[in-house]
Design a protein around this ligand. Structure first.
Ligand code: GLU
Length: 281
């Protein structure tokens, strides 16, 4: 099987040093494995995606020396696939409409038991207010959630292999982990075709991604994504979460730190080799 990985930026801002590190790490690993590197534009959130950023991302990546082995995959071209997956899950009785606002969720969420988190990879752990509502109630302005405990009862729980330095090993996706650390995830946000977690597992499968290489901030998300793959009968990629790039003071680079934008370094006359050096590659 050909090693195939991807870099999946959202076109909602400039690429910064952290993105460059992620893209170059994935690209280098693919090259070392004589595999393929793909570019996916995560423009699922059409209210925030901008074509100018899409163009700038391609331009910055090309300048860094990256090439991709297939045409760019844009999530906005695949809304029908995401909807079809949600319909399949709904037909299996595993989804429900959710009209809770962020504030409703805050108000309904009780203080978590000691040692348990209030937030998981899908935001605040959902207290279950709308669980059990029929899909016939759903309207465009509402979210669609997965009824996790029902879903768990329909499949064997999976595991995933992680090769990144911090969490290397085999990770079991347990019922307890899913229910207490993640909670019923959103499959589609209001007025959006799908959530990030659902779209990413479908795209990874459709692009035949064998290795998901990305930042450590998404390690916890892999438990949910691996579960969604199992639920939808999709293959399991190997995961590799790399450490995050930090600034001189040890602070994690924010996604929106424009001072670290690749474009800013380019304007100041930096070379791609200097960028690689700056991020320790
Ligand atoms: N668009 C997502 C991000 O930039 C992609 C995450 C992933 O690689 O799965 O965080």
């Amino acid at each position: 099987m050909t090693f195939r990985t991807r870099f999946a930026p959202s076109p909602t801002g400039p690429l910064h040093l952290g993105h460059a590190f992620s893209a170059l790490t994935a690209f280098d690993m693919a090259r070392d494995a004589r595999g393929e590197f793909l570019l996916r534009i995560d423009d699922i959130d059409q209210s925030r995606a901008r074509p100018e950023w899409d163009t700038q991302i391609q331009d910055d990546l090309t300048w860094l020396g990256l090439t991709w082995d297939a045409p760019i995959w844009r999530q906005s071209d695949h809304f029908a696939d995401y909807r079809a997956a949600i319909e399949t899950l709904s037909a299996r009785g595993l989804t429900y409409p959710c009209s809770c606002s962020r504030r409703d969720i805050e108000a309904a969420a009780s203080a978590p038991q000691e040692g348990l988190p209030a937030f998981g990879p899908d935001g605040r752990i959902y207290p279950g207010t709308c669980r059990g509502r029929p899909m016939s109630d759903w309207t465009e302005g509402q979210a669609i959630r997965l009824d996790l405990s029902r879903a768990i009862a329909t499949v064997d729980l999976p595991s995933f292999t992680e090769t990144g330095p911090t969490h290397q090993g085999l990770h079991e996706v347990t019922k307890d982990h899913l229910l207490t650390q993640i909670g019923d995830p959103v499959l589609a946000r209001p007025h959006m075709a799908a959530s990030y977690h659902l779209s990413v597992v479908l795209d990874d499968a459709n692009q035949a991604i064998t290795h998901v290489i990305r930042g450590e901030d998404l390690f916890e998300a892999s438990f949910l994504q691996r579960f969604l793959q199992q639920l939808l009968g999709l293959p399991a990629p190997i995961y590799h979460h790399h450490p995050l790039i930090r600034d001189e003071t040890g602070k994690r680079l924010a996604k929106r730190d424009d001072a670290r934008a690749i474009a800013t370094y380019r304007e100041a006359g930096a070379t791609p080799a200097e960028i690689r050096q700056k991020i320790g590659l």
